[in-house]
Design a protein around this ligand. Structure first.
Ligand code: 0A1
Ligand code: ZN
Length: 877
């Protein structure tokens, strides 16, 4: 482990900055090998903070200091101290100008933080603490300054020079270089700073805001890729309009730019007026992107755009408040996406993601509250808890307050805090003030880690004609938080009569029944009950509608209740959830007893669901079982082989029993136009490919023929990839031929080749591990490109449970080797990849020992970065 352990940062230690920076003038002389950055900072003491010792500490990492002057006077060496992490000026006046000049080396920056090179493009990533790798600065989000940025670079190599705000001056220089100056009128924290230099194609459009201002929209991509920006551009315009209509938010600069780069640690970044994107979330055509990719692009373009208000205009006081911007922006993104396709399908996908990513995190050694109270490395806190659970907390507040009060709360938040760096507490207070509600107990959601378990059981009293729901909540202990307190949560329910009709949810004591339909109950106690009256027969309850709170629900519904809900719940999400419950119970039975069979009622219920006249995308979701990972979460000790076998058996059986229906579905939907992206066409492809998967699992010869044909048509990547995946899963000559053909056809398209790697890495075969090792030496493999690393190593470790958890530990060893190799290059990426090893306690003793041994090996041979060190030490403690 590292010689000096990194320092623990605590929320409780937060102090406002002693100094403020009002204005920043930056000048970059750009060159991949050697860039010089001059910074002129207008600094003054923060009047809100009492006098300290008079010294000023600026963050700075990997900077070669060339010059330093205060109010124009060069500083003598004894006026400051330079160390690994920054610069201390011993004595500074109340108000002064600091000029610094440093050299940095973008081409050598493999961590992709600060200024780095992606192919021939120079670009920046400053969130969370990357600006300190560009210039000495108060690198904290509560220091907001106005920026003027001048970029100077060779005109041929870097014809496009971009920074935040509006361009105000351009000049050609006599030495073949050119210069562009940008000014951003809005004060911002340095994590929102960005620049881009390169030879880029620009796709341009325009948007007229609600108050009739014209905004230029520009998407910059590598030359010849402009054609593939149409979907991103359309999504951007939809997002801009949506934010006006739904939240009254308009865009505020004259130009909005998106730049796509191929080397990026995350999905995208919301730099003011200049969003930077991982190119996989910009570029798309039906031949090179799947329907899922198209949906991700729309969501991420919208997410980054929405940050302009929730993140940029109102930013975070400190990094503990990360969910203030991320949870809120994910919520906004989810709401936007729900309007693009079907709200039920969107909610199903969001809940699947939460269960697959956030629930395990909340149940393991990395569990942390949505507002964490300490960290070693902030980059480790861009988690499903901060993002997706954070979004659920916003959603619960919207549900508790109702749409009008929630909107008033948002309006108040924007009006009161525009231009400020604030806290989650400030947000919740706006919700309280706008609604008159007390969210005192609700605040615990932000402080307590762990997924609450909600047990609900019902009792019908035929004499009194009442139905009583008993509710109990339990929040499991998490690391460092052994005692938990009851939470305040919205429990949306419906009651259904025998014929499937919605009944009024009429609480005892109320004079009159409400209208039939969903009602939100409020749970606040550890144990509580609700009595419903006016029921002449036992109703079937539809519980936690729309997943109204992020909990693990344990109910006492019988199999026939669930079959009933699967057929009758008017809520699409509720039908899906009932089907998931049925499939989960059955799969767990199959794990325990491989001879268990699929009950006839079950098969008939799914046949009925398949034949229903409903949205094909929803039908496809209903007939997709919980993943192997999700099933594992339900077991005390994850039975890797048992789950895999049960999952396969389930697929084979449902494929066999519903064979005629699957073939009919496939034939009915086969004519969908491959280039059409309407919700209808996308839903049909999803259902079709599900049918194909079941037919293939059942070993159906007609299925194989259809699969070969579908692969051969090759007109739509969703279809081609689905067929390729199924052929590869089946193995043999067809698989090899298809892989070779796919590579030949797409070798020039990195984003498509990423999928070629991932299909092989996720194939559930004995030989997969050897294949992954071989692919590490493939000419197209590049450890410097995070997308490529994720498509091979990430896909193998996170999405191939049967191979990654091979009983001999070879999968663990492979992952640890890769983490150790990557850590010195890109610690952020290495830390993310390592996560599947962290759940070692969930497995059998042999696997536990093997996984732990690899973690120990990483901690001995690596863990020099705070990123990897923090995760490994938490996993082993
Ligand atoms: N704020 C971005 C996510 C992001 C975070 C860190 C990054 O680099 C270390 C990059 C992007 C978002 O939520 O989209
Ligand atoms: Zn975000």
């Amino acid at each position: 482990m590292s010689e000096t352990s990194p320092q623990l940062i605590r929320l409780a230690d937060y102090r406002p900055p002693e100094f403020l920076i009002d204005a920043v003038e930056l000048c970059f002389e750009l060159d991949p090998e050697h860039t010089e950055v001059s910074a002129r900072l207008s600094i003054r003491r923060n009047p809100a903070v009492g006098q300290a010792n008079g010294s000023l500490r600026l963050a700075g990492e990997g900077l070669e200091l060339l010059a330093l002057a205060l109010d124009g006077q060069p500083l003598p060496p004894d006026a400051y101290r330079l160390d690994e992490q920054g610069l201390t000026l011993w004595q500074v006046p109340e108000r002064f100008r600091l000029d610094s000049r440093v050299a940095i080396h973008p081409a050598r920056n493999t961590a992709l933080e600060g200024l780095y090179q992606s192919k021939d493009i120079l670009c920046t990533q400053c969130e969370a603490e990357g600006f300190r790798r560009i210039s000495f600065f108060l690198d904290r989000p509560d220091v907001l300054a106005r920026y003027r940025t001048t970029l100077i670079a060779d005109r041929k190599r870097f014809p496009v020079l971009l920074a935040n705000g509006n361009p105000i001056e351009r000049a050609e220089l006599p030495d073949g270089r050119h210069r562009v100056t940008w000014e951003d009128p809005f004060p911002k924290p340095c994590y929102l700073f960005a620049l881009v230099a390169g030879d880029l194609e620009c796709v341009e459009d325009r948007f007229v805001t609600a108050s009739e201002r014209e905004v230029r929209l520009q998407i910059y991509v590598e030359p010849q890729k402009g054609e593939r920006c149409a979907h991103a551009m359309q999504s951007l315009k939809q997002a801009m309009r949506w934010d006006e209509v739904r939240f009254g938010r308009e865009y505020d600069l004259d130009v909005f730019m998106i730049v796509a780069v191929s080397h990026f640690n995350m999905g995208a970044m919301e730099n003011k007026g200049l969003n930077l994107f991982n190119d996989r979330y910009v570029l798309a055509s039906p031949q090179t992107a799947t329907d899922e990719d198209f949906a991700h692009i729309a969501a991420i373009v919208a997410h980054e755009y929405f940050h302009n208000w929730t993140g940029n205009r109102i930013t975070c006081r400190d990094w503990f408040q990360l969910s203030l911007k991320e949870g809120l922006t994910v919520y906004r993104e989810q709401e936007f996406a729900a309007g693009l396709f079907s709200p039920s399908v969107q909610r199903i996908r969001d809940v699947r993601f939460l269960r697959a990513q956030q629930f395990p995190e909340d149940a393991g050694p990395l569990a942390h509250p949505v507002r964490p109270d300490s960290y070693l490395e902030i980059n480790n806190f861009y988690t499903a808890t901060v993002y997706e659970k954070g979004a659920e907390l916003i959603r619960m507040q919207a549900t508790l307050l109702g749409p009008e009060s929630f909107r008033r709360g948002m309006d108040l938040y924007f009006a009161r805090h525009d231009g400020q760096a604030v806290t989650i507490e400030d947000f919740v207070r706006c919700m309280e003030e706008a609604s008159g509600r007390d969210l005192g107990q609700f605040r615990r959601w932000y402080e307590q880690a762990g997924t609450p378990e909600l047990s609900i059981w019902g009792g019908y009293d035929p004499t009194a004609q009442t139905y009583t729901l008993h509710v109990r909540q339990f929040i499991p202990p998490t690391p460092g938080q052994l005692v938990k307190h009851p939470l305040h949560l919205p429990l949306a329910i419906g009651l259904l009569g025998e014929d499937g009709r919605e009944l009024p949810v009429w609480l005892a004591g109320e004079p009159e029944p409400p209208a039939a339909g969903t009602r939100v109950l409020e749970v606040t106690e550890s144990e509580q009950h609700f009595v419903f009256v006016g029921l002449d027969a036992r109703p079937v309850p539809s519980l936690l509608r729309g997943f109204s709170a992020p909990v693990k629900l344990k109910d006492d519904l019988t199999e026939s209740d669930r079959l009933f809900l699967l057929a009758h719940d008017p809520d699409g999400f509720g039908r899906w959830e009932a089907g998931q419950g049925l499939m989960q119970d059955l799969l767990l039975r199959l794990v325990a007893d491989p001879k268990a069979s699929l009950p006839a009622e079950f098969i008939e219920a799914f046949r009925h669901a398949l034949r229903a006249k409903a949205d094909p995308a929803l039908i496809a979701e209903v007939l997709t079982p919980p993943s192997e990972e999700e099933l594992g979460e339900q077991m005390a000790v994850i039975d890797v082989e048992g789950i895999h076998r049960a999952h396969r058996l389930f697929g084979t059986e449902l494929g066999r029993h519903l064979r005629e229906d699957w073939i009919a579905v496939y034939r009915d939907n086969a004519e969908a136009d491959p280039s059409v992206l309407t919700p209808e066409a996308v839903g049909r492809r999803a259902l079709n490919n599900l049918a194909l998967a079941y037919l293939m699992r059942a070993g159906n010869p007609e299925g194989l023929e259809l699969c070969r044909m579908q692969f051969g048509k090759g007109r739509n990547l969703t279809d081609v990839l689905a067929a390729l995946r199924l052929l590869v899963e089946r193995g043999g000559d067809d698989a090899e031929a298809a892989l070779a053909e796919f590579y030949r056809r797409w070798s020039h398209e990195p984003l498509v080749i990423d999928k070629w790697f991932a299909v092989q890495a996720t194939a559930p075969h004995r030989e997969t591990l050897v294949r992954v090792v071989t692919l590490l030496h493939h000419p197209a493999y590049d450890p410097g490109n995070p997308n490529r690393v994720r498509s091979l190593i990430g896909a193998f470790a996170a999405h191939n449970p049967i191979c990654f958890h091979a009983a001999d530990g070879a999968g663990y060893c492979l992952l640890a080797d890769q983490v150790l190799q990557l850590e010195p290059l890109n610690p952020q990426l290495a830390a993310r990849l390592l996560k599947p090893l962290i759940r070692w306690r969930r497995f059998d003793p042999q696997r536990q020992a093997l996984m732990r041994a690899e973690l120990v090996r990483i901690s001995k041979q690596g863990a020099r970065s705070p990123d990897v060190f923090e995760l490994v030490s938490k996993a082993c403690s």
